[in-house]
Design a protein around this ligand. Structure first.
Ligand SMILES: Cc1cc2nc3c(=O)[nH]c(=O)nc-3n(C[C@H](O)[C@H](O)[C@H](O)COP(=O)(O)OP(=O)(O)OC[C@H]3O[C@@H](n4cnc5c(N)ncnc54)[C@H](O)[C@@H]3O)c2cc1C
Length: 513
């Protein structure tokens, strides 16, 4: 049993657990966090990786969520201009497109204009984009414009029948790096972060939580926070032994990755005849990311994997737009994650709300806060709401503080990215241009700490392929909780896309020493 009684004990090292830990520690609370695997090992490394308002949620009238998420994009961009950056999205339009859609907007349209059944007319898309441009107080991101695809380069890769498109803004985010940087910030403010530490039981004893972990003993805490993501119900029922009226809906989303399909740096937003949408996004410089699906997922303990049906669905969807026909052989990697959505009784997986719900249970004395749902984009706001909910239990808790406060490596102006890139290239002339880009997008201005005074590859120690050196692995091990090759190659970076099994084994061996 630990001597210390923490203010908060957090279960879950995804974005919500780490975001709350950081915010709470910055307000002076003492916090411990346990993650049963690696940080971001579940949903928070399997997202589409967008800081976005969610254009399609407007069709579900989710105005609160969309407004909050749109506002967040720029706040977050300012605090992490290395791991997040603006992106333009091209939405091709054709007047003969028909959709099988049961969204509230589509039902309303059919009621007032029955001849519009099954259509998403151009004026409706314009209206949606007008709201999207104006709901969230944009300053950095450019607004919507119309593209003539017969002339614009964005028309090149897609079929000629698409003559027009709308182009709008959202942002990219390196999701699993966002988690680790929040964890680092939290740790620097005193949070005890324990990875590979499963919480097996939590009980209220004399008004204090006693939290039992595998491997790290028993902890005492005044409050327990359940940020278990897809495991949230398992934590309530299995770990804490309580019942609740709340429930979640597990919705699997899968992505496929192919070699780079086109030359420009914009994303495509494709609308499917089933009413769903998918994105095609430039990915890791040499690849294209396509996703996602929406399929009900049976259980939290079933590992999400992209099924052959989901892969083929994404391929067929993309083939309806791209000139180039993709086949399963073009898929170089797939990944899959489970959205832990709050169950609002929606008819389909696509329709289930993406908003978050926070519930405090204080029946047995010591309070428990359960987190249901959420998005990467709203993690900081979710953390603020969580702190607001628990403020009654911690008198004189200071107010909000995280808006715009940079994460490690991100304390430079978002307009200075090109300058920083040039600085890195000048300081380490032995790096290729794409290596400089990768390092900037991974470490921001902390790259000068990772590589120090090195003047050649030799100064960085052993080389493992794909620009990985012992200096980088040492940093990852020392500062980012990396324990094995998978942590490094699939979460701290995506360099797993570029290495073969022998190279991966060498990294594993190095990290084990
Ligand atoms: C396919 C897909 C695409 C998405 N795209 C986007 C997007 O583009 N933009 C966006 O904003 N959002 C997106 N999201 C949503 C976003 O990814 C999630 O809302 C978010 O990652 C959830 O984070 P979390 O911390 O709640 O859960 P998780 O990341 O799953 O973290 C929960 C953690 O709790 C741990 N845990 C559980 N039980 C225990 C225990 N007993 N002891 C210790 N640890 C435990 C788990 O190991 C896990 O790591 C997407 C989601 C999916 C699935």
């Amino acid at each position: 049993m630990s001597d210390q009684t923490y203010d908060l004990f957090i279960i879950g090292g995804g974005i919500n657990g780490c975001g709350i830990a950081r915010d709470a520690a910055g307000r002076g609370l003492t916090v411990a966090l346990a993650e049963m695997n690696d940080l971001a090992s579940a949903t928070s490394s399997a997202s589409t990786k967008l800081f976005h308002g969610g254009l399609r949620y407007l069709e579900y009238f989710e105005f609160r969520l969309v407004k909050e998420a749109l506002e967040e994009r720029e706040t977050l961009l300012r605090a992490m201009p290395h791991i997040s950056w603006p992106m333009r999205f091209v939405l091709p339009y054709h007047k003969d497109m028909r959709f099988d859609s049961t969204t509230p907007t589509s039902k309303l349209l059919t009621t007032v204009m029955p001849w519009m059944r099954g259509r998403r007319p151009a004026w409706l898309i314009r209206l949606g984009l007008f709201l999207y441009d104006n709901l969230g107080g944009r300053q950095i991101l450019p607004g919507t414009k119309t593209l003539d695809l017969t002339k614009a380069p964005e028309g090149g890769p897609i079929e000629d029948r698409f003559a027009r498109a709308y182009e709008y803004s959202d942002c990219w985010i390196q999701d699993s790096r966002l988690v680790v940087l929040n964890a680092r910030d939290a740790e620097s403010r005193g949070v005890r972060i324990m990875t590979r530490t499963k919480v097996t039981s939590a009980r209220r004893v004399d008004g204090i939580w006693e939290v039992t972990t595998e491997g790290q003993g028993v902890f005492r805490a005044k409050m327990l926070i359940n940020a278990g993501g897809p495991w949230v119900m398992n934590v309530i029922q299995g770990v804490v032994g309580l019942n609740t009226a709340e429930n979640i809906r597990l919705v699997r989303g899968s992505h496929i990755v192919t070699k780079r399909l086109y030359d420009h740096d914009k994303c495509y937003f494709f609308q499917g005849s089933d009413g769903r949408i998918i994105f095609a996004i430039p990915y890791e410089q040499d690849f294209t990311l396509i996703g996602t699906t929406d399929a009900d997922h049976e259980s939290f303990d079933q590992k999400p994997e992209c099924s052959p049906e989901e892969r083929d669905y994404l391929i067929d969807f993309a083939n309806g737009y791209f000139k180039q026909d993709l086949t399963a052989d073009d898929v170089v990697w797939t990944y899959s994650g489970v959205r832990p959505l709050y169950n609002d009784g929606a008819s389909s997986a696509s329709a289930a709300t993406r908003d978050y719900v926070l519930r405090v249970n204080a029946e047995g004395g010591a309070p428990l806060l359960n987190i249901f749902g959420g998005k990467i984009t709203t993690y900081r706001r979710l953390a603020e709401s969580a702190l607001e909910q628990i403020s009654g239990f911690f008198p004189n808790l200071p107010g909000k503080w995280t808006a715009g406060v940079p994460l490690a490596g991100g304390d430079f102006d978002a307009t200075r990215v090109a300058e920083l890139q040039a600085e890195i290239a000048a300081r380490y002339p032995f790096l290729s241009e794409s290596e400089v880009t990768r390092l900037l997008r991974t470490y921001g201005n902390e790259v000068f700490e990772v590589f120090g005074t090195a003047t050649s590859w030799q100064d960085l120690g052993e080389r493992f392929g794909a620009g990985i050196s012992s200096a980088e692995l040492d940093w990852a091990k020392r500062k980012e909780w990396v324990q094995n090759a998978e942590d490094f190659l699939w979460r701290r970076t995506k360099l797993g896309l570029r290495l073969n099994t022998d190279q991966i084994a060498r990294i594993d061996a190095y990290l084990a020493t």
